[in-house]
Write a protein that binds this ligand. Structure first.
Ligand code: BGC
Length: 911
């Protein structure tokens, strides 16, 4: 009997604990149990979970344990609502050591504190001296085709292994195996950074791959970004001619002793099946040359060459901060086609990024050659179209060894494609044998958006696919042609939208460090990061401003002040650079891309091309970058800088008015982009803003409710319309189905965002092949407006990262519903609205430990109920008049269901 009571007691406690607030989702530097942390004061985040409304954290208590179970840091009970990025403040953390941590939180419900499960983080190498390994390369003379080298070593262990950690990087790319098994699931490692200044290594737990006895390590290298072809002028060896590996395994045995395996002169080298591998051109594999079992212990490597020692910098080595590229999507064959030209083509029905893996199941004989080519589109006649890939061959070629049963796929390349053409395939194609494997940096999916328009939902899907395929360790312009570069303009334009769809925090933190690293001595910012185009390719308005725009966008999206701290010198250097090249406060020097790919009709007799003066654009971005620097200076309490740059900002705006505006408020370029930038960046005197907004609306109407903006005007277009009371016009643009518009490509069957508004013209022909990617995310920047304005999910600057949430949905455009969800660092935030039967229903979820201001489209409190109760009767919800048809409500955490009565039904849009 007694026994039963004892058994039941913990169950009761657990049940009680379940009802109170729970603490979960523990992250260190925004990663779950990361290996290889090189931040000396890592920061901890967690989330609260529970159903009780208005729950706020009141205190936390963090304990960090060292490997010997001693306490490395105990914060003590700390009164604070901070649950994101709380910095470690204990004893010095040691290289390679694994620390465990737990957190306890108290909340305003007065219940017992909630305790988390245990999380851990493992430190990376914190000192250059931790590296004992030597850089090694192949010991043979490479021929001009540069086949992928194989490097190999065996070693014996005869004690029980407690743990083993591998640290690996390369000049080029690497894929490591231990005893025939792949090390980790990261691809295209070590990733791409400004290699001369920052080279990442990866850290893997390889305990389970090692055996007691003889072990073999086998590593394949490839040219990658380091020395392969990169950039559109056919350049290679950008970072060096060598190809090399650096690897160190730290083994701890159960008896407390340790052992280290390193790359050194004892390794062997040879080549195998991969005869050439290039990012743009694809991979050539001759399977007859495969070295069967080469990464197994019993393989005979007596005929292999030795290795050479390579000069490699140890000081540039850094641990990896962002999520690795992984295979994420597996897409089956939608259709096998015979084109009019008689070619065999497979359609995967989505323009994805990665490669095709296929089985041959006993087909084929030695020497048979299969060529897989990749294309994004078929031409008007239905033939395979590759001209827009420019110099990128994008072909994976396999010479068979006969009797194939294995899966054939490349290793160190990727393609942007929806279709493949297959040549030389032995026998009939079984669709089930082919799969498209989609790769991208493995960022968590955070956002969803959906509405009553199928076409707009497809647009959102296309934006997401564009994001997937162009977030391959760096934000790329496109994934298919001889480019795939970190174009700064494209990245800044899309960055805020990206932060809704996925958690891009660590991705951009890493890339921004490369922005700063590759910034020129004079402060100018290169067109592409990492910079492979040379020092002359820098300083374009709207591109180089990435240095200020993305740090600020990330600060808003994630509330991480450290981004601003770290990037501040880079932001300031950029503004100072512009000041240096300006004359009389006008930035009217240098070469600029301008409002790239704006609307330009073929036969332009009436001057309908929407050309915006490039220096007018530059002046707007000069003001914006200065404003963002001021914002950052305020957050960082740099009061002197605030004063200095506020004076500068006033001069920049005065110079703008003087040079580009008439006394009546007209701009020298009357284009949509000119008006949008001038309004969005507050360039015009307040009294002249509304008339400028009206001019913008008139301009849009004069084009039959079409946009004419290029890369720089597009992201702000609908935001400006909403700000000045023209959301109805923004909806007309969003729902426009004819060129130029967001839905035109959707209607033409696009599955990603196109580089140009008319990549495929209405008559089915293509835009010029020199510049016609079908997977460029820039115009997908409308996603930000869909999330923030249509569904209404936003953050206040005084509580960035959705600590203080702003929700203001905008009903219109004939939409009968729209909703968005966002996994913030505090938990899931959502806002959805629906109009039905004369009522507006609004469902809202506010995460714990945050507050929200909600704007309900209603003119008075009596019109609104929450969970069937009159709003006026609910004490914990504070209401206020917001004006312009909205009531403002102050809400704490919880799920809310509002109904606004007396709302006219919408005339549904017909898409
Ligand atoms: C890229 C762009 C980039 C542009 C600069 C192009 O080749 O694909 O998206 O921003 O050059 O104008």
């Amino acid at each position: 009997m007694k026994k039963t009571v004892l058994v039941l007691l913990p169950v009761c406690v657990a049940h009680f604990a379940f009802a109170q607030t729970a603490v979960l989702a523990l992250r260190t530097e925004n990663a779950v149990n990361p290996l290889g942390v090189d931040a000396v004061t890592p920061r901890f985040s967690w989330q609260l979970s529970g159903a009780k409304r208005n729950t706020m954290q009141t205190a936390y208590d963090i304990t960090v344990f060292s490997p010997d179970k001693k306490i490395a840091w105990h914060s003590g009970k700390t009164s604070s609502s901070q649950s994101v990025y709380v910095p470690y403040a204990g004893s010095t953390l040691e290289s390679g050591k694994r620390y465990k941590w737990i957190v306890q939180v108290w909340d305003n419900n007065g219940t017992a504190p909630s305790k988390s499960d245990t999380a851990f983080f493992q430190m990376a190498f914190l000192n250059t001296g931790d590296w004992k390994a030597k850089w090694i390369g192949p010991g043979f003379t490479e021929d001009s085709t540069r086949p992928s080298p194989l490097l190999r070593k065996t070693f014996t262990t005869n004690k029980r292994i407690a743990s083993a950690t591998a640290y690996i990087t390369a000049h080029g790319m690497y894929e490591a195996q231990i005893n025939g098994q792949r090390v980790g699931d990261a691809y295209f490692t070590p990733g791409w950074t400004s290699y001369n200044k920052r080279l990442q290594y990866q850290v893997y737990d390889v305990t389970k791959l090692l055996v007691n006895g003889t072990n073999a390590i086998g590593v394949t290298l490839a040219n990658g970004w380091y020395r392969g072809f990169i950039g559109f002028s056919g350049q290679q060896n950008v970072y060096g001619k060598d190809i090399a590996l650096l690897m160190q395994i730290e083994i701890s045995y159960n008896d407390g002793s340790t052992e280290r395996i390193i790359t050194d002169e004892s390794w062997k080298s040879s080549t195998g099946a991969i005869r050439s591998s290039e990012i743009y051109n694809g991979e050539f594999t001759d399977r007859r040359l495969e070295k069967q079992g080469w990464s197994l212990a019993n393989y005979d490597d007596s005929k292999w060459d030795g290795v050479s020692l390579v000069n490699g910098d140890m000081k540039t080595l850094i641990a990896t901060y962002n999520e690795p590229v992984r295979p994420i999507d597996t897409i089956g064959v939608a259709e096998v086609l015979k084109t009019p030209k008689g070619e065999t083509v497979i359609d995967f029905r989505v323009n994805a990024v990665g490669w095709v893996a296929f089985k041959l199941k006993g087909k084929g004989k030695a020497g048979d050659k299969i060529i897989i080519s990749h294309a994004e589109v078929l031409d008007k006649a239905g033939n395979f179209y590759t001209e827009n890939l420019r110099a990128a061959k994008a072909q994976d070629v396999y010479i068979l060894k006969g009797g194939e049963t294995e899966i054939l796929q490349p290793h160190f390349t990727w393609h942007g494609f929806r279709y493949i053409r297959i040549e030389g395939y032995p026998g009939d194609i079984n669709p089930g044998d082919f799969k498209l494997i989609g790769f991208h940096s493995d960022m968590a999916n955070t956002g969803t958006f959906t509405s009553s328009s199928n076409l707009v939902n497809r647009l959102q899907g296309n934006i997401r696919w564009g994001q997937k395929g162009n977030f391959i360790d760096v934000p790329t312009d496109c994934p298919q042609r001889d480019e795939r570069l970190g174009w700064t303009g494209d990245a800044q334009v899309f960055s805020r939208t990206a932060s809704f769809n996925m958690d891009v925090h660590n991705f951009f933190v890493k890339w921004l460090k490369d922005v700063a690293a590759d910034q020129l001595e004079n402060g100018s910012v290169p067109h592409v990061i990492p910079n492979v185009l040379g020092k002359g390719a820098a300083g374009s308005a709207g591109w180089a401003d990435v240095a200020n725009i993305i740090p600020w966008n990330m600060y808003l999206a994630y509330g991480d002040k450290k981004i601003l701290e770290d990037q501040y010198p880079s932001m300031q250097a950029w503004v100072n650079y512009i000041t240096g090249v300006s004359k009389n406060d006008l930035w009217n020097t240098g070469s600029h891309f301008g409002d790239w790919l704006f609307y330009r009709p073929d036969d332009d007799n009436d001057g309908r091309a929407a050309v915006t003066d490039k220096h007018l654009i530059a002046q707007c971005f000069y003001a914006n970058s200065t404003q963002l620097l001021i914002n950052a200076a305020k957050v960082l309490n740099r009061t002197e800088d605030v004063k200095t740059y506020e004076l500068l900002l006033k001069r920049i705006k005065d110079a703008f008015i003087n040079e580009y505006m008439t006394a009546g408020g007209r701009l020298v370029s009357g284009t949509q982009t000119a008006l949008v930038l001038a309004l969005n960046f507050d360039m015009l005197p307040e009294g002249l803003r509304q008339q400028a907004a009206q001019r913008l609306v008139d301009n849009i109407k004069s084009y039959g409710n079409h946009l004419t903006t290029g890369f720089l005007g597009t992201p702000y277009l609908c935001h400006v319309l909403t700000r000045f009371g023209f959301t109805d016009v923004a909806y007309k643009l969003l729902l426009q189905e004819t060129y130029p518009s967001w839905l035109y490509p959707v209607k033409m069957g696009a599955t990603t965002i196109w580089e140009r508004w008319d990549g495929i013209k209405p008559n089915g022909t293509f835009q010029t092949p020199g510049m016609n990617s079908f997977n460029h995310y820039a115009y997908g920047a409308i996603g930000d407006w869909m999330y923030r304005v249509m569904a209404g999910l936003d953050t206040y600057e005084d509580g960035p990262g959705y600590k203080h949430i702003r929700i203001q949905p905008h009903i219109g455009g004939g939409f009968t519903n729209a909703s968005a969800t966002l996994k913030t660092f505090y938990g899931t935030l959502s806002s959805g609205w629906k109009i039905e039967g004369g009522k507006l229903m609004m469902d809202v979820t506010i995460p714990l430990n945050t507050t929200a201001t909600l704007f309900v489209p209603a003119s008075n409190v009596d019109q609104v109920t929450e969970n069937n109760k009159p709003l006026g009767s609910i004490k914990e919800i504070k209401t206020g008049e917001a004006g312009s048809g909205y009531l403002s409500l102050t809400l704490g955490s919880g799920e809310y269901h509002f109904v606004v009565n007396g709302v006219p039904d919408q005339k549904p849009a017909n898409n």
